[in-house]
Design a protein around this ligand. Sequence first.
Ligand code: IMP
Ligand code: MG
Length: 177
Amino acid sequence: MHDDIEKVLIDEEVIQKRLDLLAEKVTEEFRGESIVVVALLKGAILFMADLLRRVPLAMEIECLNVASYHGGTESSGEVSFLDRKLPDVSGKSVLLLDDILDTGRTLDAVMRKLKDQGAEEIKTCVLLTKDIERDITLEADFSGFTIGDEFVVGYGLDYQGKYRNLPYVGILKNSAI
Ligand code: IMP
Ligand code: MG
């Protein structure tokens, strides 16, 4: 698996250090509130586990299974909700976690859905933000790192379902695509 990586963009230690700070900010933001964390599957799984163990607040953890990529290296633009039942967020403060903010369509669609479900307040937190022009004006409330317009894998991010378990974020070799 490591052999398929051309370049490590953000190494494990740097990610973990950054999470300390991100967790502090999240903790400050929601102090005294009881929150529901909604993590988007499957990309946010590593991020969720490492971030939330650093946030000493009362919380419920929910996962939402959405698909937006459909296998390639370009965002498809379509967001599908794969769960039969959505988490109960009515009247609650929500922390929405995802791996990456790319076109913003995923977070936008999920935020709308959660608002429809009666969420009182929604803050978004992503590991990565792509530094690109977006049709959708959306900025995450909390973001770990800003990267360029390149396709990355690892630390939750996949290419055709693989590489999510890499402990770092990297760029694939052309031969692996
Ligand atoms: P958006 O809806 O375009 O913001 O895309 C968000 C989703 O697309 C993320 O949750 C990822 O699953 C996927 N995605 C976007 N960029 C990348 C990437 O560089 N590598 C892997 N997945 C990506
Ligand atoms: Mg994904």
